[in-house]
Design a protein around this ligand. Sequence first.
Ligand code: ADA
Length: 551
Amino acid sequence: MYRLFNTHKVRRVSEAGGLWDFRTQTESYEGKLAVPSCWEIIPSLAAYKGKAEYRRKFTLGGNVRLVFKGVSHTARVFVDGEPVCEHYNAYTEFHADLSLPYGEHEITVEVDNSYSEASALHVENDYYTYGGITRPLLIEELGDAVINYVHFTPKKTAEGWSASISAEIESKAAHDATYTLRYTLAGKTYTAGNIILPAGQTVTVSGEYNFDGVTPYTVNDPRLYTIYAELCLEDKTVDDLIDRVGFREIKVEGKKLLLNGEPLRLMGFNRHEDFNSLGSSVPLQAMMRDLALIKETGANSIRTCHYPNNELFLDLCDEMGILVWEEAHARGLDEKQMANPNFLPQSLKCIDEMIACHYNHPCIFCWGILNECSSDTDYGRSCYKALFDRILALDKTRPRTFASNKHFKDICLDLEEIVSVNFYSGWYDFPDLSAADKMTASLLQYANDHGGGDKPFIVSEIGAGAIYGYRTESACKWSEDRQAQIIDEQLSAVLANEDVTGVFIWQFCDVRVDESWFYGRPRSMNNKGIVDEYRRKKLSFDVVKRHFCKK
Ligand code: ADA
């Protein structure tokens, strides 16, 4: 399952999941492997870093699109031995378009999860880069023309709602043709007019449309509408695309973050895609488990630290009215790592792919970049600016932010619409400012004086570690008792400050980290979850619930 709804009626789409032939480059393992999954589910591959190859034969023909929802972290795709595409980054979708004679064809996917100079974003880190075809793989049968995407931008008007809708249409034909594009939404059909599509070209079509009698999307009533786009030749629908949208506007007004004019107070968690022995290939039922627990705490928001998430998870957040800070991939890169010549191109491509595919999700309220990277240096600032500029070029409707740990040395707060800071008073104690209330006030003051004034201020990470099951009267560090105490003090201080627009606890669940992080990461895990990797609640779970549910 790749979405909570069918994305096509006319275009034939099949999931190329199931068992593929699989072998590692070192030949330490040869056999079958499930797609999607992480190869770490095979005991002997639990710590495998390297290349592996997937192979499977399919009977195909005509214009075919292979859609990879996520391969971790580098993929090279071959059909009948011929290279057809390659892609870097585990967390964004890519596709390969083929024109094949009908018959049996062999698809080979070479996957690499090792670290090297070629990989600027997947590096040794405080989360684990798993290996494999970790998200769904689709085979789509195309006609002569394809709707690549439909982007829906709702706008509040005096009468109700309007929206601009833009669609990208790609020709797969050797001849020019003229099509009609139409949208059906909320029981009405809108014709976007005739589209002249030159052979082999791609065109973008935009228009403004009014919608009356629609219900807005809010946290308490997350009303979703299906938009059905059809590309027609004469009166025959030759391609289509189904997506879901919400009538909602996100605005920043001084320190307020507004959803349809109503101020938001975000209370939530940082959540890595990591479900104990399944790794980053988290199935729907496990996503539901996480969201049920998150909802139980009274949280209303999730930060997808530190990369774009599986679209199925975003569909669930849309349905549940859980607001999402989605983030382009990067964590804790210093200036030297940001100077890797692959860093900027890989970061820009991640932003392009993230926004192209996730633009319509009403749950996404902001785009984040470059968590705790080098926002205290001139070169670092030039990178932040380049990435923020790219986001603005692709989406003018959502605020932009980044989670900073540079505190009183940050020189990038003027580049964003929301100021976000990470600190761990009581865990990673800071000299003189160990108390969360003093730290919050000082960081607010610094933001006001350094380009971040009159903007929403989010505490994007705060928390402490605890080993599940370790409880002791001494409440020493790593005990659940101490984690509960620290988070209690942190949330009391942060939520008492009216200038704080939101708080995200670090983190929802314990996750695996690279072994080079073992020092300070017992079990080679990041143990700051309020549940462990098996989603077993720690003492801090009820502390968070008490704060988040406080009226
Ligand atoms: C940082 C970082 C997180 C995690 C956290 C921690 O704030 O953004 O990814 O590493 O620290 O657990 O220390």
